[in-house]
Ligand binder design. Sequence first.
Ligand code: A4P
Ligand code: MG
Length: 148
Amino acid sequence: MGAERAAVALGSNLGDRAAILARARDAIARLPGSRLLAASAVEETAPLGGIPQGPYLNQMLLVETALEPLELLDALLAIERVEGRVRRERWGPRTLDCDIVLYGDRRIQERDLVVPHAELPNRDFWQRELRELGIEWRKAVASARGAA
Ligand code: A4P
Ligand code: MG
């Protein structure tokens, strides 16, 4: 299997957000069979969802990886755990959230993984960050197809 390009979104709204994103970037760059190709600017965004919480720092990474999607997800969840994320409520505050937004041109509908990420059409900051990385999100979503 060759390597694929994945778009990974980082978000943080608790603690030293910039330092947390920087550590996450480094950890992702060091994943087995993976390298960081590009990163969007870090931007501050107003929190989405109904829960009162502080603003987020968000950033999109373009990663080349030989990890399969579920392997990549496990690795990202492990990085979240290192940053001490406590899961309390859906869409609630978090030290670090890592989401797989796109994975090559694959469409994945599994219990633990939906790609392209279901919230991509609703998150203008993800769309903007992808564009910064040269990815037109509508085209990416339209061309994503089920695993062969
Ligand atoms: N999961 C399914 N698909 C994916 C995917 N493509 N990438 C599953 C990553 N995970 C995926 O996630 C729960 C489970 O989702 C994972 O274990 C995985 O199996 P979670 O991160 O524990 O739950 P969550 O994050 O609270 O819920 P959800 O629906 O994933 O929310 P999001 O999309 O992560 O949103 N406001 C601003 N401004 N910026 C943000 O980044 N983020 C959120 C959380 C809310 N508001 C925000 C932001
Ligand atoms: Mg998440």
